[in-house]
Every structure is written in structure tokens, then in C-alpha cells.
Design a protein around this ligand. Structure first.
Ligand code: 1GP
Length: 244
């Protein structure tokens, strides 16, 4: 079970890395390169999904990854249509930093029956959108205001409320392609309030940044864009898991 794996890693102080694959941005050739580099670096998970899928196909992308790699696949859905029973698990996201009811319960109702039939592991996740210095797709599509970077207490209290609501994970997200990743001070503030594992992503483009985010307290780091452009650098960021 994926959740058990995350909990154990957290308890043992083992850092985890996830490669985000956006079905809109990859073809078979990209998958070859991404999967072989991810395998060589022993990456922990693939997250698959996107806030806005235009031409991309979840089922084809997931099947393509499975053909090439045994790394577990976790759906990171932009909406209720991105459920696929061939994945290992799904982050059932509630955008708790926002006040858009569709992303707090609407999409979940639409997905519920399909999720039940899919029999994949469900990971209820409190999703916090943090200002990354630019308007990202997730911010625009969700129609929600991100938490300002100078308000770590809002982020921490929101994450705490998510944990109290029974969520199993918190995901602090600066948005794909964010100018700045979630700041260390905010990660530390969230970490002080919660006991459940913390995922951090958005705008991480170097091993130094990954190191900063891990040492601030992220249990799982997610990188998308940077690996799409430089899949050969997966190994370098993956190595930061062993730094401490
Ligand atoms: C986005 O956190 C992920 O949801 C990854 O962001 O593409 O900027 O790495 P990047």
C-alpha cells in the first residue's frame, strides 16, 4: 500500500521523490526517456495528471508508464475524469486553501462511483495552493486565491484543519512552473502543526532547491517541468534524498 510506504519512510526519516507526468506534455519517446531515467534513479512514485488536459490521455499515459517501469503510479487529478483503474492509487484532493465548493466536494461526488469500481488506493489529501510568484494553471483553473507567502500561519492552520478533517496527506503546492517553490519557513510552519506526511511541489528546478525543501520538512518532493525538460537530471535530484 502506498500510504503505508509513505508513513514508514516518514518514520524512518527517508525522503521520497515523485516525478510528475502531465499526459498533455508527453509522447511515447518522452515516456521512454523519463521512465528509464526514473528507474535508474530509483524514484519512488510517478504522479500522473494535470489541472487542464487538452489532448493528453490519462489511460494511454498510465498504460505507457506501466509498460516501461514498475514504479508505482499515483493519479494526481485535475478533475473527476482523471480516474483510471490501472493506477496504483489516487490523491483524492480537496483544495482546502480555496473556497470553491466544486473542488471541496463537487468533483468528489462525480468521481465517487467510478473510484469505488476502480478499486485503487484512495489517499485523501488536503491540497494547499501557495503563491509561487506567478499565475499558474492550477490557480487560474481552480478560481481560487493562493495563500500569500508571507502568511505561513494561514498555511499551517489550514493544513491542521485538513488533518482534523481526516485527511491522510497534506500537499503544499506552488503550482506547476511556479517562479518560486513553497518557501522553507512556510514548510516548517506547516510541519510544526501536522503529524501526517507532507508533499511539496511546484517550481523545484535544482538539487539545491530540493534539498532546501526536504530539510524544511517535506516528506515527498514532486518535480514535473524540470524533469520534462531535463530527464537526465532526475538522478541528481534523486540523490538529494540521501543527503541527511
Ligand atoms: C505541480 O507540484 C507539481 O503540481 C510540480 O510542479 O512542474 O513546477 O515541477 P513543477
Amino acid at each position: 500500500m502506498i500510504y503505508q510506504q509513505i508513513l514508514e519512510a516518514k518514520h524512518q526519516g527517508r525522503r521520497l521523490l515523485s516525478v510528475l507526468i502531465d499526459p498533455d506534455k508527453v509522447n511515447e519517446k518522452h515516456l521512454d526517456i523519463l521512465c528509464s531515467n526514473a528507474d535508474a534513479a530509483a524514484v519512488d512514485f510517478f504522479f500522473v495528471g494535470g489541472s487542464l488536459l487538452t489532448q493528453g490521455d490519462m489511460a494511454r499515459t498510465i498504460a505507457g508508464i506501466k509498460k516501461r517501469s514498475e514504479i508505482p503510479i499515483v493519479i494526481f487529478p485535475g478533475n473527476h475524469q482523471q480516474v483510471d483503474e490501472h493506477a496504483d492509487a489516487i490523491l483524492l484532493l480537496s483544495l482546502i486553501s480555496g473556497r470553491n465548493p466544486d473542488l471541496l466536494i463537487g468533483q468528489h461526488v462525480l468521481a465517487a462511483k467510478r473510484l469505488k469500481a476502480a478499486e485503487i488506493e484512495i489517499l485523501p489529501t488536503g491540497y494547499l495552493l501557495i503563491d509561487g510568484g506567478n499565475m499558474t494553471t492550477v490557480q487560474y483553473v481552480s478560481g481560487t486565491a493562493p495563500i500569500p507567502v508571507d502568511q505561513p500561519e494561514i498555511a499551517a492552520t489550514t493544513a491542521l484543519a485538513g488533518e482534523q478533517l481526516g485527511m491522510k496527506l497534506i500537499f503544499a503546492e506552488a503550482g506547476s512552473g511556479a517562479k518560486h517553490p513553497v518557501p522553507s519557513g512556510m514548510i516548517k510552519a506547516i510541519k510544526r502543526e501536522i503529524n501526517i506526511p507532507l508533499i511539496v511541489g511546484g517550481g523545484i528546478r535544482s538539487a539545491e532547491k530540493a534539498e532546501e525543501v526536504y530539510s524544511a520538512g517535506a516528506d515527498v518532493v514532486v518535480v514535473g517541468n524540470h524533469f520534462e525538460q531535463h530527464p537526465e537530471l532526475i538522478r541528481e535530484i534523486a540523490a538529494t534524498r540521501l543527503n541527511h
